[in-house]
Design a protein around this ligand. Sequence first.
Ligand SMILES: Cc1ncc(COP(=O)(O)O)c(C=O)c1O
Length: 390
Amino acid sequence: MSSALPKLDALDLETLRQRKSEKWGTYPRSILPAWVAEMDYPLAASIDRVLRDAVERGDVGYPIAPNDTGLREVFAARMEDRFGWAPDPRDVEILSDVVQGMTLAVERFSDPGDGVVVQTPIYPPFLGAVRETRRRLDENVLVDGPNGYEIDFDALAAGTDERTRILLFCNPHNPTGRVFTRAELERLAELALERDWVVVTDEIHGDLVYPGGEHIPFATLAPEVAKRTVTLTSATKAFNIPGLRCACAHFGSSELRRRFNAPPKHVRGGLGYLGLYATAAAWSEGQPWLDHVLAYLEGNRDFLAGFVAERFPGAVHTPPQSTYLAWVDFRPLALPESPFRFFYDRAQVAISDGRAFGASGEGYGRINFATSRPLLTRILEAMARALEER
Ligand SMILES: Cc1ncc(COP(=O)(O)O)c(C=O)c1O
């Protein structure tokens, strides 16, 4: 292992507590945070260098036009290298974040009252994107199957109609961590073609897939599928730089891109210089760091699954195929309050409240395991004790 790779087992709690980002800055210091999707690890060396160099030069002026930074080419090269997808850089727009892209896409590709398909439980901003644009939520609840959480295609066909305009898809899926198979993606694509849906696919977790899984970009399924697909991604999850605000949107047709770009340019706001160059550094030079982190996360994932099976008797958990988030069904334990409230009050641990992921998340909790093994152990031990003492 190169000395440039961080020691992930040796994170210092006091240093983490000084972070001002959402994960560490929201709750009092007595609470151990295991909620929002931020990782506790040190930055990749390539990102660290770009940021330090900029600060040393006092180089935080206006960025040059995002399209001239070379980031679109870096994005295309990364997609080809990682997923065998060779998008044309000219079909890429640079955005400030993925949620901006999904919200704007819903707004631009449908009208108020139109249906938007979402596989729930889901990362809460998907629900916000539908609600805030006054679209109809065509909820497609994931069901238990041999692969863990699976798409219920019968319910999907039955729960949509001629007013359904968009499939707002999340692959890999947050919070379940499912990496959908080619067969599943093809069935969805077939339906999208048959029903003339625009597919807006959030693939931000595509770089966080564990061995055994394969991330298949939706746009690679077939040329006619690509034409109706908008792909959203960024380096912010896998490389843990969400505060730097930068994402990419790829449009499968110039018509989709034209409609997306119709609002006045400044409505989207400007992009920060640091995010643009940190993203390029992550994608072009950060892979050794990511390989190292992913191997560690896989160990945490397996440790957590074993711990839940042994120490949270009755809780149901399918280890995620991607992401550093564990989705746990606490309903069989009949806790006296929501899992979030229960563990917050009795274990001083903040997990994500399942209810925020839609009605089908009621009674669930999402645990972020992207921390050191000692801290994860401390979090899980505190949760287990709270269960034992109830
Ligand atoms: C599925 C998914 N999409 C988007 C985001 C956020 O992306 P951004 O910060 O670029 O809006 C997250 C963050 O956790 C996520 O899990």
